[in-house]
Design a protein around this ligand. Structure first.
Ligand SMILES: [Ca+2]
Ligand SMILES: [Ca+2]
Ligand SMILES: [Ca+2]
Length: 195
């Protein structure tokens, strides 16, 4: 059950966007996301010029997502995107599409997410970085579960490169959202899901 499309999209909302953990998305999540990205990408640095840059990126990202997904807009626009609304948006704009054809907001988020987890900024998501990303989110008591999930994501080309490059991450993230099969090849992109 953990890897159904429904659960995968719910996972993205809950663990990647809903930073304040209140069950829905609004501008506050993206303000928090700006701060988090600034600190993580800066390895602890949070200077105001960098923070401003991230605030700008994340708030325009929120506006685009709200435009895409906040279906009860005018006249009763509520400024909130629920998990169901987000699902509907993914359904409308991502299903059956490749990364290149995703809405700009989704693409920007995917790229930002990659930069956040590529801690050493070498353009490759290596196994240590994958572990680091997973353990912050989920309760795991055996590293083997994480390592096996990571290794099953890799194809021969990834192995040659020593991990998952940005273009491959984009492809996998796109599959994670757009492939409605339960055996989606990208299902382990965020680790073994425990929903
Ligand atoms: Ca929230
Ligand atoms: Ca709404
Ligand atoms: Ca890296």
């Amino acid at each position: 059950m953990a890897y159904t499309w429904d659960n995968r999209v719910a996972f993205v909302v809950r663990y990647l966007y809903d930073i304040d953990n209140n069950g829905y998305l609004d501008a506050h999540d993206f303000q928090c996301l700006a701060l988090r990205t600034c600190v993580l990408e800066g390895k602890g640095d949070c200077s105001s010029s960098r923070l401003q840059k991230y605030q700008h990126i994340m708030l325009s990202l929120w506006e685009e997502i709200a435009q895409l997904a906040d279906f009860d807009k005018v006249p009763d626009y509520d400024g909130i995107v629920t998990t169901d609304e987000f699902k509907k948006a993914v359904q409308n704009s991502c299903i059956g599409k490749r990364y290149e054809d995703f809405p700009q907001a989704m693409k920007a988020f995917i790229e930002t997410n990659f930069r956040m987890i590529d801690i050493n900024s070498d353009g490759i998501l290596g196994i240590e970085e994958y572990r680091y990303d997973c353990v912050q989110r989920m309760a795991v008591n055996d590293i083997k579960a994480i390592d096996e999930a990571y290794n099953s994501l890799l194809n021969d080309d990834d192995r040659r490169k020593g991990g998952i490059a940005l273009s491959r991450y984009q492809e996998l993230f796109a599959l994670f959202l757009s492939d409605q099969g339960e055996d989606c090849p990208a299902k382990y992109l965020f680790g073994p899901l425990e929903l």
